[in-house]
Ligand binder design. Structure first.
Ligand code: NDP
Length: 254
């Protein structure tokens, strides 16, 4: 597909998991992709290498999120990479995917952990939007990865709250940015087999049990989420904004 030919995308947390799949899909659709990562440079190189092997274009941008100056570091790397690859620090699609997944229930949750979860999952995406808005072209896309868990309420209160704020952010910014034709949406996966669920990935019995809870009868894969993001990133999704899109294979229906 070439629907994103001439477009430029930034995908945070694209070294592994869902972010890697999103970066690959957007590149396959023709976009130049900035592959952001935190600490795993080797994994980021593999994402870029896989894209280039398929004839796509990508470059890596390191920045640990949740620390002082995180967004400044990311924007500096993005600006450098965009200028080198396109001659201008402009882009079209921002995918806020990077997050820390914490399953602490209330009795195990400390204030430090809560602050760290919010710094990475909520504050960084918001201020990345704010800082990159001058670089984002009119008609652009902002897509943030949320979670089904904001509606199913598992015992992971800090993580779930951090993602609930993302849903609210997406609705609110959709109104603020609509005048520029920028759409703002969240994508809410259910359970996806990534490093977050490393144990589940190795446990076919547990996978079968979980599959039985989904209308579509299997556990989610990173490309399931990437395809939904690609639809929202496309021109055809220009009239969809302020939404939290359930991408769970119907895990929420039973
Ligand atoms: P992974 O743990 O597989 O990948 C996380 C990615 O985010 C990596 O690229 C990692 O970089 C980056 N990252 C994590 N913390 C930081 C940080 N502090 N600073 C910079 N980069 C960071 O996660 P998933 O692919 O499973 O999850 C992706 C998104 O999907 C997240 O927003 C998550 O909340 C959401 N989600 C996932 C579900 C699932 O079942 N997997 C379900 C619902 C939502 P590095 O490689 O350098 O560490």
């Amino acid at each position: 597909m070439t629907g994103l030919a001439g477009k430029v995308a930034l995908v945070t947390g694209a070294s592994r998991g869902i972010g890697r799949a999103i970066a690959g899909r957007l590149a396959a659709d023709g976009a130049l992709v900035a592959v952001h990562y935190g600490s795993n440079e080797q994994a980021a190189k593999e994402t870029v290498g896989a894209i280039e092997a398929e004839g796509g274009r990508a470059f890596a941008v390191p920045a640990e999120l949740g620390v002082d100056g995180d967004v400044d570091t990311l924007v500096a790397g993005l600006t450098e990479g965009l200028t080198e690859h396109t001659g201008a620090a402009r882009f079209d699609i921002l995918v806020n995917n990077a997050a820390t997944v914490s399953f602490s229930p209330l009795d195990a949750l400390t204030e430090d952990e809560f602050d760290r979860i919010f710094a990475i999952n909520t504050k960084a995406p918001l201020f990345l939007v704010k800082r990159t808005l001058p670089m984002l072209r009119d008609g652009g896309r902002i897509i943030t990865i949320s979670t089904l868990a904001t509606r199913t309420a598992p015992p992971a209160v800090g993580y779930v709250m951090s993602k609930g704020a993302i849903d609210v952010m997406s609705r609110t910014l959709a109104v603020e940015l609509g005048g520029r034709g920028i759409t703002v949406n969240a994508v809410a996966p259910g359970v996806v087999l990534t490093d977050v669920f490393a144990a589940l990935r190795e446990d076919p019995k547990a996978q079968a049990a979980l599959a039985g809870s989904a209308a579509l009868g299997r556990v989610g894969r990173p490309d399931d989420i990437a395809d939904a993001v690609a639809i929202l990133a496309s021109e055809e999704a220009r009239w969809i904004t302020g939404q939290v899109i359930d991408v769970t294979g119907g895990l929420s229906l039973r």
